[in-house]
Design a protein around this ligand. Structure first.
Ligand code: DGL
Length: 278
C-alpha cells in the first residue's frame, strides 16, 4: 500500500481530510493525530519540529510517499526544516506538503475590502508565515492577525460544544474585529477551528466571510497530483482509510472522526517517539 498520509497535532486535520477524501475519493489514506501531545500551538519551535518529524517518519514507515501536514502550526514551524534538512538523503521522490501556501495563494480572492483577518495558534501567528506568504500573492491585501490560544484546547477537550465556550470564542473575535472596521474576511488558519464554525459565525456580522481551509487544500492537492503524475501513479487506490492516534484511549478520537465521516471510525493507538529527532 502507498497511501496518502495526513497529519495533524490532533483531530483538527480531520476537517482537511474530509475535504480531501471528498475530492479524491479513490485513494488510500492514513490519518495520524498526535493527540497525546496536542496542542502544539504554544510549544517551542524545536519541540514542534521534533514532534512533527517523528510523526512524518512514522507515516513514511507506513509506506506513504506523500504526506500532507494538515496543521498550520506544523506547516509554519516544521515544514521548511523537514523539506530542506531532514529529508536530505531519503528517497527523493517522497513529498511533504503544508497548508499555508495553498491557502495564501487564494485567500485574497474572498475579500472585497482587501482587508482580512487571520486567526491561528500562537505559533502560527508569531511565525508570520501567513503575512509573508500572502504578501507574495496579494501584496495589496491588509492582513491582521489574532492568536486564539484557547480554541484548540476547547476542541481537543470536547468543551467547545458546551455554552461556556462562547465566552472564549467571542473574546478573540472581538479583538480581531476591533483592529479594523473594514475586515470582511476571516481565515480560520488552524484546522481545529472549523469545528467552532457555527459559534464563530453567530458572533460575527453577516457580511463577514469565514473561510475554512479544507476545500482550498483539497483543491490544491487535486491540482498538485495532476502536475506530478510520477507521484500520482505511485499512490495506491483501493479507497481505504485508516486512523491512528498517539492517545492510548482512542474513544474521543473515534467519536469525532465518526461524526466527521458520518460512519463509524475505529482508530488505533500508536507510539511515534521511537524515531526521536535527527
Ligand atoms: N490544527 C493545528 C493547526 O492547524 C492545531 C495546532 C495545535 O495543536 O495547537 O494549527
Amino acid at each position: 500500500m502507498q497511501p496518502i498520509g495526513i497529519f495533524d497535532s490532533g483531530i483538527g486535520g480531520l476537517t482537511v481530510f474530509r475535504s480531501i477524501a471528498e475530492q479524491l475519493p479513490g485513494y488510500d489514506y492514513i490519518y495520524l493525530g498526535d493527540n497525546s501531545r496536542a496542542p502544539y500551538g504554544n510549544r517551542s519551535f524545536n519541540t514542534i519540529h521534533q514532534y512533527t518529524w517523528e510523526c512524518v517518519q512514522w507515516l513514511f514507515k507506513q509506506g506513504c510517499p506523500l504526506i500532507i501536514l494538515a496543521c498550520n502550526t506544523a506547516s509554519a514551524k516544521a515544514l521548511r526544516n523537514i523539506q530542506q534538512l531532514d529529508m536530505k538523503g531519503l528517497d527523493s521522490s517522497k513529498r511533504v506538503l503544508g497548508v499555508i501556501r495553498p491557502t495564501a495563494e487564494v485567500i485574497g480572492n474572498y475579500s472585497t475590502t482587501k482587508e482580512i483577518g487571520v486567526l491561528g495558534t500562537t505559533g502560527t501567528v508569531q511565525s508570520e508565515s501567513y503575512l509573508m506568504e500572502i504578501q507574495k500573492f496579494f501584496p495589496e491585501l491588509e492582513v491582521y492577525q489574532q492568536a486564539c490560544p484557547l480554541w484548540v484546547p476547547l476542541v481537543e477537550s470536547g468543551e467547545y460544544e458546551k455554552p461556556g465556550s462562547d465566552y472564549f470564542i467571542k473574546e478573540y473575535l472581538d479583538e480581531i474585529m476591533a483592529k479594523s472596521a473594514n475586515i470582511d474576511t476571516l481565515l480560520l488558519a488552524c484546522t481545529h477551528y472549523p469545528l467552532l464554525m457555527d459559534k464563530i459565525k453567530a458572533h460575527l456580522p453577516a457580511n463577514v466571510n469565514v473561510i475554512a481551509q479544507g476545500d482550498i487544500v483539497a483543491k490544491s492537492l487535486v491540482d498538485y497530483l495532476q502536475r506530478h503524475p510520477e507521484l500520482e501513479q505511485k499512490l495506491t487506490k483501493e479507497g481505504t482509510r485508516k486512523f491512528y492516534t498517539t492517545t492510548d484511549d482512542t474513544s474521543e478520537f473515534n467519536h469525532h472522526a465518526s461524526r466527521f465521516f458520518s460512519a463509524p471510525v475505529t482508530s488505533e493507538f500508536v507510539s511515534v517517539t521511537e524515531f526521536g529527532c535527527k
